[in-house]
Design a protein around this ligand. Sequence first.
Ligand SMILES: [Zn+2]
Length: 478
Amino acid sequence: MFALCLTLGLLAAFVAAIVIRALRFVPCEEPETPAEHIPADQAALAAQLQAMLRLPTVSATEEGLTDDAVFESFRALLARLYPTLFARCAPERHGRHGLLLRIQGRSPDAPSVLMAHYDVVPAEEEGWTHPPFAGDIMEGELWGRGALDTKCTVMGILAAAEALLREGFVPRNDVYLSLGGDEETLGQDASAIVDALEAHSLRPAFVLDEGGAVVDRVFPGVSRPAALVGIAEKGSAFVDVCAAGRGGHASAPPSRQAVGQLCRALVNIQKRQAPFTLTAPARVLFDTLGRHAGFGYRLIFANLWCFRPLLDLVCRQSGGELNALVRTTAALTRLSASPAYNVLPAEASAGVNLRLIPGDSAQAAMDRLRRVLGKTGATARLVKASAPSPVSPAEGQAWQRLGSAIAHTFPGAIRSPYLMMAASDSRHYCRISEHVYRFSPLSLDRARLGLIHNQDERIRLDLLGDIYRFYIRVLRQC
Ligand SMILES: [Zn+2]
């Protein structure tokens, strides 16, 4: 009887503890100061972006297929569109198409860097409602490859800088505008720009590149839009997984065939996922957005000390972005074996793309992968890898500065750090700065997010003013 009472008592205390924690797990937002009105000429901004979209600055994966002349024309266009900026800021070329401009501040110390890239992924005309490089405007939207990724921010940064310089604005510290021309093929422009800054021993106090946007329904149980700022990005590794077998005529196959072995290996990889890892970006994201969720979710996120295994299971089952936030993932991507129905392959192989969570390494992930392959007979070989970035702090001056520009441009959005799944040019800046942030000042719903790198990429014209205002606010604080 005593034992039963004790058990019930402990259970009641446990339930009370997790409920109290959930009830106290509420948003802790600072009050927002009203934003100063910044006029924006939407038609002029649209015309600038339209001219940019009409130049097909396509980054080709294959060497020699990129049309350098178009990139040259694009830079000439920028100089025409933003004459004050280009006259005053001594544009420098670095790498193949990298462009660097310096807005001189009152002090060269603690400079800021605003980044974007002006190359785009290829687009075939077929399947598009409006041709990808025509820059058509229809029903309040501007159509074209690069409208979202990311000529819109190229336009926003340069238009804001041009307007401020014309007003006679001088920033407190130097500001560098860093534009890459080969981001989409993981090229070297941004790296070359960073080399140049490093040669002058510059340590930027603030670096901002493309990244998270202002997105609706991004987190379970949260209906308010969230402005997601990438404070780190995942690394990536390309791996070949191979299984050998006896090749030859298909009329009398052996009991262990290469393709069968490979399939067993791949099923293992899919099933045995990397361990759940709560990195700083995920922890802060759960702590920020979790507070805005319904009570059921708050119960979980306020009590990760006991619900961590449950969260792990939910993430595993759901897959997708939620799962990618908490572990190194393995995507099975390429397959090859025999060229004919009646030929047994001597080797079957698959391509696997590992996305490494901060703190993980290609070497550690390969060791894990080999343990997963176990006795399947398949082997793994690392082809290429890039490390995950360090994590920038979600506090301090640079973070506050970004936060206030977001709050004033997107009132009502919850500001939260997150982990970028894709690679951006900003990773090169981690060499010379501890304050690298990834945020695109764009309000997008899920459907619009899906247009990035897709057919019918387009942007609503009413977003252009906010992009411009956001960069005005950022620049004024530099
Ligand atoms: Zn991009």
